[in-house]
Design a protein around this ligand. Structure first.
Ligand SMILES: *[C@@H]1O[C@H](CO)[C@@H](O)[C@H](O)[C@H]1NC(C)=O
Ligand SMILES: *[C@@H]1O[C@H](CO)[C@@H](O)[C@H](O)[C@H]1NC(C)=O
Ligand SMILES: *[C@@H]1O[C@H](CO)[C@@H](O)[C@H](O)[C@H]1NC(C)=O
Ligand SMILES: *[C@@H]1O[C@H](CO)[C@@H](O)[C@H](O)[C@H]1NC(C)=O
Length: 392
């Protein structure tokens, strides 16, 4: 685990990195031919809201840390501001992960809205302009995680998020979610009459994200578009051929837009339908392996069923803390990864601790091509030429 003296050092690097980096490097400054490609031979390491086990979620710092720790993809939730700017933020309300409650000027902005069938009271992103949202500071969601970075970072836009991935020194994919599309389309109106999903895809295209899974364009700038709303995925499949993932909630939660039950959206006939639009599913992990009294039960056939329809399976969310680890894993997150990767056979994992998953994979499934790939050989050749020149 991270030692106490290690974290402040990383933090300094991040602060300097954040302050110094330009946010709109279009097109990417990096020469693609020299960037290490994304690995595609082992399950994807998907950095859930960045490295949010360590740093406040969905911040530039959390994403940069995840890239440093070996993420294949950085994951984010896209919502919108009142003035239609797409932002990286998980909840439709700001209460749990920002300092909004301390902002007296916004005290009268609290509202109650119906969100997916429940009335929620709080400060909602859709009632604030991007300028106002930028005046807030983000904080850690869980009290048992490190609080020392609370108040240090702001909310970032979808475009700023993309620029972090494009600026990375190796190819890092993005994994944005079309979050609460029913709610956002109800409360945010764009002047050109377009809707949330249109704006989402426009942003991806503006930055060059295109191409089907494993195509040349995709490998250059990998992306998975995710949503819990089947209607959104079917709609955006008309706008882009980028690969899409259908998220699947707890077995008791119906979809937000089609009111289908869990059983309907995991049936063979539904998979046969949705595979025309998506390359995989992103289920809550307890729906793959049910849990009773914090012990794993017999796995369902969800993974086998999805694989039989050529659908990948990327479950969420893997977290290191004891409070999240089922007793079968003896308080050891590496045992949990071993189980899901070797026994259940998933194709990607959403983790709050990208560094842990990366270490596990490096120990158990190091790249065969790490030292032998043509790219690495070329880099080594260039490095030896440069060092010969420097010495000369
Ligand atoms: C939410 O509140 C409104 C207004 O009080 C009410 O009409 C509606 O039924 C409530 N919805 C739910 C899901 O409780
Ligand atoms: C996709 O586009 C076609 C042609 O514009 C249109 O007829 C169809 O309704 C669209 N499908 C969806 C799901 O929006
Ligand atoms: C959703 O489905 C449930 C169960 O089939 C049904 O009771 C409910 O009325 C439906 N709600 C809507 C809004 O269609
Ligand atoms: C890579 O190179 C090493 C040493 O030259 C060799 O032992 C290994 O088998 C090679 N791996 C592959 C996948 O070719």
């Amino acid at each position: 685990m991270t030692s106490p003296c290690f974290v402040p050092f990383i933090f300094l690097v991040l602060i300097v990195g954040c302050a110094a980096r330009p946010f709109y490097p279009l097109p990417s400054k990096n020469d693609d031919s020299q960037r290490q490609p994304i690995q595609t031979y082992r399950p994807y390491n998907i950095a859930h809201r960045g490295s949010n086990g360590e740093l406040p979620e969905e911040t530039a710092a959390a994403y940069m840390r995840a890239i440093e720790e070996g993420a294949d993809f950085i994951e984010t939730d896209i919502l919108a501001s009142k003035d239609g700017v797409l932002i990286c933020f998980h909840d439709v309300y700001l209460d749990d992960t920002t300092d909004i409650a301390e902002h007296k000027e916004f005290a009268n902005r609290r509202r109650t809205y119906e969100v997916q069938g429940s009335n929620i009271t709080g400060w909602f992103t859709v009632d604030f302009t991007i300028k106002e949202l930028k005046s807030l500071r983000v904080k850690q969601r869980y009290s048992f995680r490190d609080q020392q970075y609370n108040g240090k970072f702001s909310i970032i836009t979808f475009e700023e998020f993309i620029s972090i991935a494009l600026d990375a020194s190796r190819v890092v994919g993005i994994y944005p979610e079309i979050k609460n599309p029913v709610f956002i389309n109800e409360h945010v109106k764009w002047s050109d009459g377009k809707k949330f999903e249109d704006k989402f895809v426009e942003t991806l295209k503006k930055y060059g994200y295109k191409g089907s899974y494993m195509s040349k364009d995709w490998l250059k700038q990998p992306v998975f578009i995710q949503s819990f709303a089947p209607t959104s995925l079917v709609y955006v499949s008309n706008l882009t051929d980028s690969p899409k993932i259908l998220l699947i909630d707890d077995v008791t939660v119906p979809t937000q837009d089609t009111n289908q039950s869990y059983w309907e959206i995991t049936s063979d006939s539904y998979f046969a339908f949705i595979k025309e639009y998506v390359v995989g599913i992103g289920p809550w992990k307890d729906t793959v392996v049910p849990v009773v009294n914090n012990y794993l039960q017999t796995p369902t056939d969800l993974v086998a069923k999805a694989h039989s329809h050529d659908l990948q399976v990327h479950p969420y969310t893997y977290r290191n803390e004891n409070i999240f680890l089922h007793y079968n894993f003896n308080q050891d997150p590496y045992e949990e990864y071993e189980y899901w990767i070797k026994k259940i056979g998933v194709d990607g994992l959403f983790t709050d601790f990208t560094g842990s998953l990366h270490n596990f994979q490096q120990w158990t499934s190091p790249s065969n091509s790490d030292d032998n790939s043509s790219e690495t050989k070329l880099l080594h050749r260039i490095a030896s030429m440069v060092s010969a020149y420097t010495k000369g």
